[in-house]
Design a protein around this ligand. Structure first.
Ligand code: UTP
Length: 316
């Protein structure tokens, strides 16, 4: 049943994808009340907002045009990726070059554009809002609250797969059966490559017994512009939202969707527990903060393990 994937005709694929779309207009209800007046994509992960890691990932994969799809909290995202003259002047006057760079970096990552999704009608609708900006070219979609560890190269791998197979490419991760109801789930067929599958069907948030596989759809996509016509026709689905998964299901039925199976580090910063894990993990990995933080963390955990009322104070 495994079908071999078509070999690529050249050893140096020509990248056709230049644009990235970052949907960041969701309501963020899982993270209330923090997300009442701040988009979840702006929550800090150590010392940068989550969405900055996502834009850095797009830039690292060579995508130099990034469109943010924003909602009611548009302002803070726009400001973060813009110049901040007063702050820059103050830091320059102090000769604080390190912080000056940190303030300037977000605006230098790519050509950043913004568009408003008037109402949060679903991820599919957010992607459709990008139609005019994207035009008739394939494009990447990176969810603004979904972090792939900066050391991973998932997006580049997906762009390579798009260049070789055309159509659309989604990112998949194996999850335990009891977690599949949290994700879109893909029915797949093997190809000749270990980490590439052909996607034959998609179901949004299935119960474990209805899930066609253990492969969950995670927040990276490389989409063919054909998705826009499909989205125009897609009616509201689960939760009354226009689901990207429903449009991709139609494309998958036409045989034009591949999946890249990812087994690296990925964090959902829109979920409270995963957000905490992300901050701890990335802080531990930092050269400037890590050594001291890890030493504190070890002491804190050993305090927790010994239990008792003092457990929070032991490593203060
Ligand atoms: P989620 O599924 O996490 O939904 O969206 P949500 O509404 O943002 O958050 P919760 O579940 O209420 O906590 C996945 C991605 O799609 C974007 C979100 O901003 C997030 O990056 N999105 C979702 C939109 O841009 N517009 C929408 O209408 C819905």
């Amino acid at each position: 049943m495994a079908r071999m994937s078509a070999p690529h005709s050249s050893s140096t694929p020509t990248r056709t994808v230049r644009k990235a779309v970052v949907p960041a207009a969701g309501l963020g209800t899982r993270f209330l009340p923090a997300t009442k007046a701040t988009p979840k994509e702006m929550l800090p992960v150590v010392d940068k907002p989550a969405i900055q890691y996502v834009v850095e990932e797009a830039a690292a994969a060579g995508l130099d045009d990034v469109l943010m799809v924003t909602g009611r909290h548009k302002r803070s995202i726009e400001d973060h990726f813009d110049n901040a003259f007063e702050l820059e002047q103050a830091l320059a006057a102090k000769g604080d070059a390190v912080r000056l760079d940190a303030v300037r970096d977000p605006a230098r990552l790519a050509n950043i554009h913004h568009i408003r999704q008037g109402e949060p009608l679903g991820l599919g609708h957010a992607v459709l809002c990008a139609r005019r900006h994207v035009g008739d070219q394939p494009f990447a979609v990176l969810l603004g609250d979904d972090l792939i560890d900066p050391r991973e190269t998932l997006l580049s791998r997906m762009l390579d797969v798009r260049d070789r197979h055309q159509g659309s490419v989604i990112a998949l991760m194996k999850v335990p059966p009891e977690q599949i109801h949290l994700y879109g789930c893909a029915a797949v067929e093997a190809t000749g490559e270990d980490d590439v599958v052909r996607v034959t069907g998609l179901v949004e948030k299935p119960s474990p017994q209805d899930a066609p596989s253990h492969y969950a759809v995670i927040g990276r996509y490389v989409l063919d512009p054909a998705v826009f016509d499909t989205l125009e026709r897609t009616r509201p689905g689960r939760g009354g939202e226009i689901q990207l998964t429903d449009a991709l299901q139609e494309l998958a039925a036409g045989g034009t969707v591949h999946g890249v199976v990812f087994d690296g580090l990925r964090y959902d910063t829109g979920d409270k527990a995963d957000y905490l894990r992300t901050v701890v993990r990335l802080a531990c990995d930092r050269d400037d903060l890590g050594p001291e933080f890890v030493a504190w963390l070890k002491e804190f955990v050993s305090g927790l393990e010994s239990g008792g009322a003092d457990r929070g104070r032991l490593a203060a």
